[in-house]
Design a binder for this molecule. Structure first.
Ligand SMILES: Nc1ncnc2c1ncn2[C@@H]1O[C@H](COP(=O)(O)OP(=O)(O)OP(=O)(O)O)[C@@H](O)[C@H]1O
Ligand SMILES: Cc1ncsc1CCO
Length: 273
């Protein structure tokens, strides 16, 4: 790993303008679209069974967010994931509210079982639910998990063979061998609906240009988003203004800014034996 932004991923996003197809929740669709576009990627939403897999097949990455599944959307999401698995298109899963209902937990697990998911992005309770760690979630907000967030991160990464990205006061990114702890971000982000979903959307753009190193791309994406949140919060205008200002910050962010402002500690890879 050459470190956040050392590999020029933001410049690559601007150059290639990758297409990120999203099936996301009805609450934060516009925020997801605008954050991705502000960063420099292109996006399309397609939820209908008649077209979703076809559109996914034209994308450079797909984000599947289970936040407000409506009838039929669960089957469509699984079909999309299967299409992505067949074409090696990276899928980012946001298991929003996993653990809040049996339906959500089952759907998130079914999506993992397709083998298409390369990255899982969500809060500690959601990711704990996916790897069998007892957790409490209230609506979409994490209340607690019976293991610390860094352990949950590594456990899900190992058990599901994905890059796990846990959000919170400290964000963690793990691949089962290496773990990065990232302290960028601002507490006001936790008070704004949709900041987790928009983060997963942004991570979709990074997944699209990650190539073989999905771990580094995820770390860079989490840092970039946290930095945008910090700079947005520094305007002091309050939670209602935050996401539009995050978009403004992402639109002027470059790799050098991320390299300078990232606060990330990476632990040495574990011995695979
Ligand atoms: N106390 C905090 N300090 C710094 N950053 C924070 C804090 N709380 C949340 N964040 C940041 O806010 C973003 C969203 O994280 P959060 O854990 O609130 O997501 P979530 O619960 O999945 O969100 P949602 O379901 O509302 O979309 C992340 O980038 C995270 O780093
Ligand atoms: C509050 C809420 N409920 C389902 S999705 C959503 C938005 C979280 O991003």
């Amino acid at each position: 790993m050459s470190g956040p932004a050392g590999d020029g991923l933001i410049a690559t996003i601007r150059e290639r303008r990758p297409l990120v197809h999203m099936i996301t929740n009805l609450v934060s669709m516009a925020a997801c679209a605008q954050t991705v576009k502000s960063l420099g990627a292109a996006t399309i939403f397609a939820h209908a069974a008649e077209e979703a897999a076809e559109i996914a097949g034209t994308a450079d990455a797909v984000v599947l967010n289970v936040g407000t599944s409506v009838p039929g959307m669960d089957r469509t999401a699984v079909q999309v994931a299967e299409a992505c698995a067949a074409r090696s298109i990276p899928v980012v899963l946001d298991p929003l509210g996993s653990g809040a209902s049996r339906f959500r937990s089952r759907l998130a697990r079914a999506l993992l079982d397709t083998g298409a998911v390369r990255m899982v992005s969500g809060n500690v309770a959601e990711l704990a639910d996916l790897c069998g760690v007892p957790s409490v979630i209230r609506g979409a907000d994490a209340v607690s998990a019976t293991a610390p967030a860094d352990e949950v991160c590594m456990k899900l990464a190992e058990s599901a063979q994905v890059i796990a990205a846990v959000s919170g006061r400290t964000d963690y990114v793990g691949d089962g061998r290496q773990l990065a702890a990232i302290t960028n971000g601002h507490p006001v982000m936790g008070q704004v609906v949709g900041t987790g979903s928009a983060r997963s959307a942004v991570l979709g753009a990074f997944a699209a240009v990650a190539g073989a190193d999905m771990f580094t791309a995820t770390v860079t994406g989490v840092c970039a988003y946290g930095i945008a949140g910090e700079l947005a919060a520094a305007t002091g205008r309050g939670p209602g203004y935050l996401l539009p200002e995050v978009c403004n910050q992402l639109s002027v962010m470059d790799d050098e800014m991320v390299a300078t402002r990232s606060r990330v500690t990476t632990s040495a890879p574990r011995d695979p034996s």
